[in-house]
Ligand binder design. Structure first.
Ligand SMILES: Nc1ncnc2c1ncn2[C@@H]1O[C@H](COP(=O)(O)OP(=O)(O)OP(=O)(O)O)[C@@H](O)[C@H]1O
Length: 601
């Protein structure tokens, strides 16, 4: 209710604004709105999706120049030209996005900057773009007899377009697509393991950037009715970057605030533009150092500072609510590894490894450090493609498939060094696991936005159930990094189970847990198995392996040296020999007997 009231007040204030402004001031407001739309586009690619994009000003130019060329040279109407301009900017977005499929971070920055420079170069030299003089005489956009040559009336067109653009950006960021984009930004490997199609997501980010850049360019062409290369140069790109960084790149509202604030500052400092550039640079450096999340992140920063002062969170895990047990389905092998060999340059990490995991089993994978256990998981979950051999899942060969394809086929995993998305809340981490849609589903965002909202509500309901089942109610809205290690491990397990997997891979889930937490972990894994999920677990805690696993496979130097029931494997001479000299506790006859006794009690 409070939010609706705030939106209503902002809308009324924006609507009434021109009544209090003079002719020049309304022009400044018109330009500020255009920068705000541009900043939203840049915020979506750089802040939300983490794709360095220094070509946003070129998307802006593509939109403006396409309208200018099509209206003055080809004689098209303003709005027809605008539709084509939007399409051209999106195509340009796809082209700029292609390098992002192969490179990231500063390399991507250099490439996008190069493309932006190439654009300004082209418009400065091309006859059709009016060379350095630009193109004037762009027609006034017709609007049912309303004279849009007036800056006052044009303001209202801009305001409506801005409101729609802002609402769409908020819909994107606060729903499954935005969450996946943020997850990709934080850790693309973990996002891929949860089913996010990384290449398509990167493309989507650049398409959104092109869309917003093109939209801003069209409005610019309609407002100024003149385009020239200097409006789309690197100095303006830098100003745009400053707007987004100062406002808070990951927050759409922050980007808008940054854009409006710096547009006003720019006007105030028009006579000292050289010093102004220096000033923006200084402020950007200060913001990056002291408030990395910009103005929008300040309230959160202050809150977490206060929390630290008052002793931090003493969050507690609640009890785990077991899954309903289901009777085992007909015997079927869930996973078959056939003669898999994985080499890293000269090192053979896996050497003709073969094993079969039947449905409903808890399989332990043990072995000394460096014996190839995690490499095996990386092969099963698609992170590595083996040089030789095959991975067969539910009877179908899946060798070489990408992590997201395997995630969609029901393979979920946890990581040895926890890979939670630190900037997302616990609830959002689980929502990512629950969302099983493919990226192409995003066509619904523009066409059926209410279905997106309905889907999000359903996901949140299911996340609520999962949070209760895993005893995470107290920490649901915290950021994982603020929580004790044991709770983080529980969250990662819950996130993997959110994917409703058929095969769950747990990589050292007991590492760093205390005795009581290990006992709880064993109960949880048994309940997961009883609910019909096949589990493979890599563990150094031999007590846990012996009591929990139905069958254990032992790796040593990339080879399977033993495979069988825990009690048999523990006393196998090759296993005892492999563990000699290893710092981890080797299985012994006593630990095996004690564990088996406990398990059968
Ligand atoms: N990406 C990689 N590049 C090069 N070598 C690698 C890579 N991944 C693993 N290795 C090497 O392969 C071997 C097996 O590593 P792996 O991580 O699978 O062992 P592990 O049994 O899981 O060990 P630990 O118990 O310590 O986790 C090691 O010698 C490791 O250094």
């Amino acid at each position: 209710m409070k939010r609706v009231a705030l939106i209503a007040i902002a809308a009324v204030a924006a609507w009434l604004l021109p009544y209090g402004l003079g002719g020049y001031a309304i022009h400044v407001a018109d330009v500020a709105i255009i920068f705000a739309i541009l900043a939203i586009g840049l915020g979506l690619t750089m802040g939300v999706a983490g794709q360095i994009n220094l070509a946003q000003v070129a998307f802006f130019g593509v939109g403006a120049y396409t309208v200018a060329i099509l209206t003055t040279e080809a004689g098209l109407g303003f709005w027809t030209a605008s539709l084509l301009a939007l399409a051209t900017a999106v195509v340009f977005g796809v082209l700029v996005g292609i390098p992002a499929l192969r490179m990231q971070s500063h390399y991507l920055g250099i490439v996008t900057l190069g493309l932006a420079l190439a654009f300004t170069n082209w418009v400065t030299n091309a006859h059709i773009a009016g060379r350095a003089e630009g193109i004037s005489d762009i027609p006034v956009p017709p609007m049912f007899g309303v004279d849009l040559s007036s800056g006052y009336l044009f303001y209202y067109v801009e305001l409506i377009v801005f409101a729609i653009a802002l609402a769409f950006a908020l819909l994107v960021t606060r729903s499954p697509l935005g969450r996946r984009l943020r997850a990709m930004r934080d850790d693309d490997l973990a996002a891929g393991a949860l089913g996010a199609e990384i290449p398509l997501l990167r493309m989507t980010a650049f398409v959104l950037s092109g869309l917003y850049g093109g939209l801003a360019g069209i409005l610019y062409a309609g407002l100024i009715r003149f385009v020239a290369p200097e409006s789309f140069n690197i100095a303006n790109m830098f100003l745009l970057l400053a707007m987004v960084i100062i406002g808070g790149r990951a927050s759409i509202l922050g980007c808008v605030v940054g854009a409006v604030a710096l547009s006003l500052v720019r006007e105030a400092l028009l006579d000292a533009s050289g010093y102004a550039q220096l000033g923006y640079g200084l402020v950007v450096v200060l913001v990056v150092v002291f408030a990395p999340k910009g103005l929008a992140g300040l309230p959160g920063q202050i809150r977490s500072l206060l929390r630290r002062r008052t002793g931090g969170s003493r969050a507690q895990l609640g009890p785990f609510l077991p899954y309903d047990a289901v009777p085992p389905a007909g015997e079927e092998d869930v996973l078959e590894i056939r003669g898999v060999t994985m080499r890293f340059k000269g090192l053979v990490a896996l050497d003709e490894v073969s094993l079969t995991v039947p449905a409903g089993q808890i399989r332990g994978i043990v072995g000394p450090n460096g014996s190839g256990k995690t490499t095996l998981f990386n092969v099963i979950s698609g992170f590595y493609t083996p040089g030789q051999g095959a991975v067969v899942l539910h009877g179908r060969e899946v060798t070489g498939m990408a992590p997201y394809q395997l995630a969609q086929r029901g393979v979920a995993r946890t990581f040895q060094n926890l890979r939670l998305f630190e900037d997302l809340s616990v609830r959002e981490n689980l929502l990512l696991g629950l969302d099983r849609t493919r990226t192409w589903w995003i066509w619904r965002y523009p066409s059926l936005p209410w279905k997106v909202l309905g889907y999000e509500r359903a996901l949140r309901r299911r996340a609520g159930e999962l949070i209760e089942r895993f005893g995470l109610v107290e920490v649901a809205d915290a950021e994982p990094r603020s929580l004790p290690y044991g709770i983080q491990r529980r969250i990662e397990l819950a996130r993997a189970m959110a994917m409703s997997p058929g095969l769950l891979l747990l990589d050292e889930p007991a590492a760093g847990l205390n005795g009581e937490e290990v006992r709880q972990l064993a109960d949880i894994v048994r309940s997961i198995r009883d609910s019909g999920v096949t589990v493979i677990i890599i563990e150094h805690n031999m007590g846990l392996v012996m009591s929990l696993c139905d069958q254990v496979t032992v790796l040593s130097s990339g080879k399977v040296i033993a495979d069988g029931p825990p009690a048999e494997v523990a006393v196998h001479p090759d296993v005892v020999a492999a563990y000699l000299g290893d710092s981890m506790a080797a299985p012994t006859e006593e630990t095996a007997e004690a564990a088996v006794e406990e398990a059968t009690r």
